[in-house]
Design a protein around this ligand. Sequence first.
Ligand code: KG4
Ligand code: ZN
Length: 350
Amino acid sequence: MSREKGNQVRVLGIETSCDETGIAIYSQRDGLMAHRVHSQIDVHAHYGGVVPELASRDHVRYLRPLVDETVAASGLDLVDIDAVAYTTGPGLLGALLVGATFGKALAFSLDRPALGIHHMEGHLLAPLMETPDLQIPFVALLVSGGHSQLILVRGIGDYQLLGTTLDDAAGEAFDKTAKLLELGYPGGPKIAALADHGDATRFRFARPMTDRPGCDFSFSGLKTQVLTEARRLVKTNQLDEQAKADLAASFQQAVVDTLVIKCERAVAETGARALVMSGGVSANRLLRQTLKSLETSGIQVAYPAPEFCTDNGAMIAFAGLMRLSHGQIDPTLAMTIRPRWPLSELPKVS
Ligand code: KG4
Ligand code: ZN
């Protein structure tokens, strides 16, 4: 396939902010042309969490082969790419540096524009890949390993923070709870799998902050409640496999109830007619089902397919395309990364 035949914009997306190397090509006309994700779970599992230096090295190892594989899978050549979008932040410094250096250098060598993308904007806009007719403004629930936020989206880059976590993020709560139950890493999918065999009504954990006004979250107390209950069960020799599954199911139910209550509140307070969810935790089946049930009250509910909820290159390529189509490129050769980067500091596009 050649550039002339297509005559359209195609963006290569590179995601390396944490423990997944994600590459994708997103086309303005044809949508997602190809994508590949290399997960580092095996690298970090032994340590019970992400080891930053190992993450960077693994990105170095897999980035180039994955780009070649993705380009080949799309049926294009590298020269058919019109722009390169890479994750600038937030994330792990070394891991971000790998993707940013490669992305900037590739764009320069191809004489194409480069765009630095905010990882959370990638998650935020990901639901639009499959639901382009989303009603704006919409409320977005961003739930990942590092973030739990409710945001009012009025346009690209026009984001109002409605609520955030005061301590642990939802994914972090899943990961820490899984660790204390000795389920391994990453915790979210492990808890969810175990919860399938558990009784969510056996333990009554709090729905934190739902009795207070506002859209903020707090999840660290929940993990402590699970720990206290687990210790009590150990003392009485009752922490068997079923009890663990019941703890996992009751914990998952408490997190899901809390998130859904806050989503309903955010929608009611803003008058938005649509709700989207994204970030790793939005791959959770119970959360997806429960949130979808809000459609009965007339709200449009959308979220990406599970593979695009966790970190991936497609969301970066898509966000890149959105910004590129509004003329936003980074004209300098300087390569910037921002391990800490509030979403509110992003430029709006008109
Ligand atoms: O967005 P993401 O892939 O990486 C970050 O940017 O943080 O999110 C990873 C988080 C982890 O905390 C992981 O445990 C959680 O998403 N997660 C889940 C599920 N799948 C991933 N949490 C609950 N249920 C799941 N099925
Ligand atoms: Zn993420």
